[in-house]
Write a new protein. Structure first.
Length: 87
């Protein structure tokens, strides 16, 4: 389904310039780039601002790590991730 949706966006067309000339990139390539950028941006913010709930199950070691990861992700790291995503 994801490939069909990306295919429906058509061929990638890259335009640099943004709002000044009202030229925008379009197609599957720019859509993948924006999706990857937003996923990289949201992870540090969510880890910093939301609490994980400890669970018992096959993924419990992962959740235990994520509970401790909140203390590793500072606001300066969130700021760095934000700047890195938009460069």
């Amino acid at each position: 389904v994801k490939l069909q949706l990306l295919g429906s966006l058509g061929r990638s067309h890259w335009e640099l310039g943004g709002f000044q000339n009202e030229r925008f990139s379009s197609g599957a390539g720019p859509a993948i780039l924006v999706a990857q950028m937003l996923s990289r941006l949201s992870a540090p913010y969510l880890i910093r601002t939301r609490d994980y709930i400890a669970e018992v199950g096959p993924k419990s070691p992962f959740y235990a790590f994520m509970i401790e990861a909140k203390h590793l992700v500072s606001w300066s790291r969130v700021s760095f991730a934000t700047a890195y995503c938009f460069i």
